[in-house]
Design a protein around this ligand. Structure first.
Ligand code: UDP
Length: 235
């Protein structure tokens, strides 16, 4: 029994670089594509938002003297590069996908609308949403919250490199313990760094649950969809 009918999967651009310091690691990209194929074969409708941090982030650009809005636009272009790479990798293993962009850029991708996305997902095509929200000063986590809410996803699956939300950073504090479930308010009150506050607030206000799990372990996406409790549920 599959746990969800329609999901929004958020992948960070940073994870795409694998062990490289920059860009796209072909092994990691193919690993993600295979996991997405497994999920697709389970009959789950999927929308994917991918970040761009492996290529460019507006905020770090502005610290180096770039105009913030232009820097964010560069960051949004980075998400398009990643979306095209993911679409290509998924296509290479026989799964149909479509890149929908929040900023018009045909023929690279089609301009996003909720109804186009739902129609595509219902016919078995995976939708990859590029450019985040389409506006500067936002992140792709907020883009993922927005798209997740719009497409009426049952959950936002946030694929990260840790296996859930901890009381403290487990890479720095060996006494940190993992939450199985946690509320949005606890995230604010405990100052936990799960997503930026705008993204968390959007999920809270629109009752979109978030499931944080380690996407870098092969097979985990399928495990989550099968109902295995390997991460942390926020609701
Ligand atoms: N970005 C933006 N508006 C959005 C989404 C993203 O301006 O709605 C820009 C922003 O500069 C951000 C960059 O795109 O730093 C890459 O996205 P993000 O940092 O969220 O990528 P990730 O951390 O997931 O790799």
């Amino acid at each position: 029994m599959v746990r969800f009918k329609r999901v929004l999967l958020k992948l960070s651009g940073e994870s795409l670089m694998g062990k490289q310091g920059y860009g796209i690691d072909a092994g990691r990209l193919n690993d993600y594509a295979q996991q997405i194929k497994e999920a697709h074969e389970m009959g789950v409708q999927m929308g994917i938002v991918i970040g761009g941090g492996n290529i460019f982030r507006g905020l770090s650009g502005s610290q180096k003297g770039f105009d913030r809005v232009k820097g964010d636009q560069m960051g949004m272009c980075a998400t398009v590069i990643n979306a095209l790479a993911l679409s290509s990798a998924i296509g290479a293993i026989g799964v149909k996908s479509k890149v929908l962009t929040a900023i018009r850029m045909e023929p690279i991708g089609e301009y996003y609308t909720k109804w186009k996305a739902i129609e595509e997902m219902e016919s078995g095509t995976i939708c990859i949403f590029a450019c985040g929200t389409g506006s500067p000063y936002f992140t792709t986590d907020t883009g993922a919250s927005l798209r997740g809410i719009e497409i009426e996803a049952d959950v936002m699956l946030k694929g990260t490199r840790v296996d859930g939300i901890y009381t403290a950073d487990p890479e720095k504090d060996p006494t940190a313990t993992k939450f199985t479930t946690i509320t949005y308010d606890e995230i604010y009150n405990k100052g936990l760094k799960v997503m930026d506050l705008t993204a968390t607030t959007m999920c809270k206000e629109n009752s979109l649950p978030i499931y944080v799990f380690n996407m870098d372990v092969f097979g985990n996406l399928k495990r989550v969809l099968n109902g295995e409790d390997i991460g942390t549920l926020v609701l």
